[in-house]
Ligand binder design. Sequence first.
Ligand SMILES: [Zn+2]
Length: 431
Amino acid sequence: MAMSRAVWDDLPRATKQDLKRSAERIGNTVHSLAGPNFTRGSAGVERYAYTPEYARTVAYVQRAFDAIGFRTWEDAVGNFVAQNAPRGTPVVGLGSHLDSVRGGGRWDGTLGVVVALEVCHLLTQYDLDVPVRVISFVEEEGSGFGQLLLGSRIAAGLIDEDDLRSTYRAVDDGRSFWDHAVLAGHQPHRWRECAETLDDLFGWIEIHIEQGRQLEDAGHQIGIVELISGYVQGDIELTGRVDHAGTTPMRLRSDAVAMAAEVVIEAEKLAATAGPDTVATVGEIDVTPGIINVVPGEARLSIDVRGPKDSTVQEVVDGILIAAEQAAARRSGRMSYVERQRVGVTPMSSVVVDALTDSANGYGFEHLKLPSGAAHDTMSVARRAPCGMLFIPCVAGISHAPNEEADPRDAALAAWITLDAIVRLHARSRT
Ligand SMILES: [Zn+2]
């Protein structure tokens, strides 16, 4: 490739010493952001939109970008942006998210922002002229409002104003997303302007822990994502009849939890036989009234179905809903279903995948091409820009847990590959 040869000649090549320094910076920052100032919980990391811990985390990252001369701002709902070029300049995007699941680890999301910071640090250090925008999307995990990828979906125009005003409510206090955004000093009435956060991107790369164990099993430090599984999330409401647990004979009951149990088992079976990488999870169950000596009258189940093929995901969802109807009918109950959200399978751009592959090959780093089973903000960004993702291993594939662990040396490799790839993408954008 003639183009990349010329680009390659201009690039600083990472020495062992460079990689060591990058690993130290990344490791120190990730460690700092797991400190008591930046988390609500004592085990692992717990921070989500519009909490003081979250605001302090964004402020920390903002200071780091200020220090290397980037302009920083937040959009109308609090997506954080740092950029080294005037607005309107075509830029390559990097980033991820700074929020966590409740009781999560220090690497998920934060890694992608911290590696982006390291890439920008290197750009500045080597005086490389690549216009970059770093974005940290607010509320990726849905810990605050039960909605995945919320900040990026707002930016991508994938939500309704009604959802922000009333449907999306805080898990902690039931107040609307809108009210909380205002209380945190944002301007949700200008949410449409968040589209500008995704303007002018000629490419986008998100660095993330794998959250699986393919890389670890293969002994590779780098994974290049080819597609992100699509997902459907919704709530099944099963209604039976409240009765006395001591005096109501079994044959006369309409037990909502017994209905729910059938649905859970059927969801597991359907996904297990649906094909590779298709999965279904019932992560939330609410029982009403939820008392030991009362036959449950109502049960709400969340369903979360994902997979690399949209039609297969839909077949599993349909199967679960049929099972729920039948389980309710057998027990003289009723069922209803409300979908929370769906995002289709998102293939990565061959242009970005090729740039990452060439960069990894240029360094001689062994890598694996793999799908992402987890959802990422990149799914939203892909509506507006050519996208790619880089994975590094996490120990035993564990994530969304306090004992999530990754190796800063792998993160340093990811930073240098990303640096190389954005130089290639920038050169390509000008031809
Ligand atoms: Zn994440």
